[in-house]
Each structure stands twice: as structure tokens, then as C-alpha cells.
Ligand binder design. Sequence first.
Ligand code: ADP
Length: 412
Amino acid sequence: MKVFVLNAGSSSQKSCLYDIGDSLPKSPPEPLWKAHIDWSGGSENAEMTVKNSAGPTLDEKLKVDARGEAIKTMLDTLWSGPTRGIGQRSGIDVVGHRVVHGGHNYQQAMMVTPEVRAEIAALAVFAPLHNRADLDGMEAIDRILGTIPQVAVFDTAFHSQMPLPAAAYPGPYEWLARGIRRYGFHGISHQYCAQRSAEILGRDLAQLKLVTCHLGNGCSLAAIRDGRSVDTTMGFTPLDGLMMGTRSGSVDPGILIHLLREEKYSAEELEQVLNQKSGLLGISGISNDMRQILPAMKTNARARLAFDIFTHRLRSCIGTMVASLGGLDALVFTGGIGENSPEVRAAACDAFEFLSLKIDAEKNAASPVDQDIAAADSSARVLVVQAREDWAIARECWKLARNKRAYVEDSP
Ligand code: ADP
């Protein structure tokens, strides 16, 4: 079964194609083809990178006027030219979309129906950029591939069963009825990470207490017990919790009242400052990218402060997650920073040495992938897991499409 995965960011579009046989492989496979368009530098200067498993790579500058066009340009390279991954467009069996906000009701992936689309559209009030981008992606697939089955895999689903004390904000009780609650995000990544951690440890997921740290451009933690999310740092929106590349994470809400009242910020200005001008970029004044903060912090005090706030917040929030679990079997790092920065992992773990959590310095420094980097005598394991949201989405599509096929074949 050929599964095409679409992952829409606010100014990017990632896609890949998997070929999955009659059973799921034990280890995550490489995609047959993958592509990425990034127009964060403006729609006139989009960059597209395409790669197929046979080797050829395409790097191209293009102009992107709308997401539908970006997807069409990408798909053309899937079935034509040197980077093609399949012979013809009819070769795709199912399309999976990462949908950022699925609200409280979607606890698992769903086949895309008119009702599901309407619900995703209604939830766009909570995640305007992302949910509209996902709907645009579904419409583009309708136009290009016709009535192919499409699946929505929700980033909120994994957290949808969080206990109420973790999910409810201590505002007026009526907030809950109005949908103002902690939803949590990065759920596809946290769930994948938990399953992969159990495989790496050779343990039953249902017996494990895990804290998973997804540290990329966006950052969040999840506390996972018996394979279920019981707490997480992102909240009503992906702005809550940890410091991120350009997002502030949690700040005293009194600051927002002050900015609105005394400094006459508009809601749009507040949204921009908290989402685009804060975090590593806002503090360092240099970059939102940890790769640039790390060398700069040797000589630049603001870069040093950015790193120190990042790791201070990370340690505090790990402590919160451990308390929610009442113990810890493994601390798991994933995402661009989690996988690639031994400095961040070491700074996070240092804080818990008093609990005998210890990493092996050599293993930590040796670019580990899907490995345990804890010292032999550590009280809990420390893992580095490669983020594979695309593969996690493809697996969900495969399961749903197979069930649907079996249902159709069994029907009288
Ligand atoms: P996204 O959240 O967009 O999926 P990623 O998980 O790919 O992002 O993470 C991107 C971030 O990872 C970059 O902004 C950068 O800060 C960080 N990163 C990538 N490689 C490294 C590295 N070698 N060292 C430190 N940080 C890195």
C-alpha cells in the first residue's frame, strides 16, 4: 500500500511516500520519496528540496502563491522527473494529513469525511493557521487525485484522555464548557516516542513511566504512564509551556494585561510578539536556531542567557512531569534539538543527579539515534529517539485503510 503523507506547517509543507506491505515493519523504514517546501523567507523565495530513495536530489527556488500550488508542484516531482517515487499518480492508495487541532473529541485518526472536515474547520478558531492549512491540503488532494481515501491524524488525540486536573485551567469552571482547556500538541511525536522507547528498552509500554521531550522549533514535554499521556506542557494553544525558538512558552498572564492596558498593544501585536519575537530569538537577538546559539554563547551574554533560560525551563518542566507520574523509568529526547544537542541533554539531566539520574558522557556526545545514553548505574534510562511523525502518520493510515478495505470486502 502506497501511503502519501502531508505535514503542513504555517510556512512550510513536508511530504513523503511510504510503501507498506501486508504487515508493519519492526523498525521504522525510510520513505521512498520525500519533499520539503519552506517559504518562511517569503512566498517569492520558497525553497523546495526533493529526494527519492534511489538517490537523486532536487533543490529548487520557487514562488509559492498558495498551499494548493505548493502541493501540486511537489506532487509533479513525485511522478515525473529524476526524483520521481512512483510511475503514475494512480499509484497512491491513501493520503494522510497531520492535523494540528482535533479538539477534545478526536481520540484517534479518522477517515476524512465531510463531517470531519466541518469539525476541523470549526476548530480553526483555536488554531487558525494550522487547521486552515490542513483543510487547504485536503482540497488540493481532492483536485489533484480525485476521490482517494484521506486520513486525518490529530496532534491533540494522544492527550485527549488526560485526567481533568491536568487538562482544566483553574479559571472559572465555565471555561471547560467553552472549550478553554489544555489540549496539548505534538501528540503524534510523543506517542511514537513512547512506543519506540518501549521497543528500545525491550519493555512493555503499559509498565513504563516516561517523560518525552520533543525539542524542535516548537518544544513540549509529555508525562506518559501505561502508554497514555497524563500531563503535557503545551496547553490551550501551542504557546504554553517551554521556551521555544521564537515562542515564549508560559509567561505570567499579568504581563499580557499590562501590555494591553499600559502599552496599548493590540491582540495581533501580542500574538506576534509571543509567537514570533520571543524565545531563543527574542532573548539572544541572534537566532531562533539552537545551532547558532551554541557557538555564540561562548562570547555573547544574551546567547548564554537564551540557552540558560531554555534549559532552566526544561528542567523545571521535567520536574513537573516526573511529579505527575510519581516516578520515572526513562527520560526521552527527540526533535531537532533533543536529538542533536548533547549540551541541552546534559544540562537537563544534571538537575536530576541528586535522584541518581546519570548520563554516560561519551554516549551522549556520540550522535546517538534510537539509543540509551544513561550511565549503567543511572536510576532511570535516558533515551534519544529519532522523531518520525511522518512514519507514525503513515502507520495510522495503513491501519485505517486496511480496516476499511476489510469492511468493504466483508460487506454483502
Ligand atoms: P520542527 O519543530 O519544525 O519539526 P525540528 O524538530 O526539525 O523542527 O527541529 C529544528 C530545530 O532543531 C532547529 O531550529 C535547531 O534549533 C535544532 N537543531 C537541529 N540540528 C541541531 C544541532 N546539530 N544542534 C543543535 N540544535 C539543532
